[in-house]
Design a protein around this ligand. Structure first.
Ligand code: GRF
Length: 212
């Protein structure tokens, strides 16, 4: 049983990774500034240049580290540069917020149990990049949001928090997306606070976090 809830520093530096809109990033920064969770979001990492998340970062005065993955011969070379930069920034925690790349086991091992992801379904249902539409098109009555630690699988790490959401039969896909985002914006800061303030551990053979 791995006890992993130790805090390395009182004000850990946090990086948020984005590839798109960045609404979760903005919510996290605002929550952090209000003191909803400790530490300091000191960096946004982007893998694309023309994304709205970067505009949000500029407005919020959060530095952006843009590294173009296409400029490298391999994923490992790209990740090595990221790791080096993150070390320079003294980043201890990584929050994925709509980051559309799968981080390799090599990268994940450098931040073991310190990479958090948000996924717009109740995992393990509807993994992948189109979770909201997949749940909607399947016709489930309940879906939701999952915050989990990142392991070597895809959308498969230990679960930190989940919240369910009932889909109203008359909702369009856009209405469901809006409702999911509302839940996300509430749940992500709460999960980060839990990880950064509570003593927690991952139960052996059962992939979720319990707090003591
Ligand atoms: C969210 O739905 C999140 O669950 C998923 O990507 C989306 C990002 O949205 N991983 P935003 O960029 O934070 O607005």
């Amino acid at each position: 049983m791995a006890s992993t809830g130790d805090s390395r520093s009182l004000t850990p530096k946090i990086a948020v990774f984005c590839s798109g809109n960045g609404s979760n990033f903005e919510t996290l920064v605002k929550a952090n500034r209000k003191g909803v969770f400790p530490g300091e979001i000191s960096l946004m990492v982007a893998d694309k240049k023309q994304i709205f998340a970067i505009k949000r970062a500029e407005k919020l005065k959060i530095p952006v580290l843009y590294v173009n993955p296409k400029a490298f011969n391999s994923e490992k070379d790209y990740e090595k540069v990221l790791i080096k930069e993150l070390k320079t920034w003294r980043i201890e925690w990584i929050l994925l917020a709509g980051f559309m790349r799968i981080l390799s086991p090599f990268f994940v091992s450098k931040f073991k149990n310190r990479i958090v992801n948000i996924h717009p379904s109740l995992l393990p249902a509807f993994k992948g990049a189109h979770a909201i539409a997949d749940a909607y098109n399947y016709g489930v009555v309940v879906t939701g949001v999952t915050i989990h630690l990142v392991d070597n699988g895809v959308d498969s790490g230990p679960i930190v928090l989940q919240e369910a959401l009932k889909i109203k039969p008359e909702w369009s896909l856009e209405q469901l997306e809006e409702a999911i985002h509302k839940v996300e914006h509430k749940l992500y800061p709460k999960a980060v606070n839990l990880l950064l303030t509570k003593r927690w551990r991952i139960l052996k053979n059962r992939k979720f976090i319990i707090c003591s």
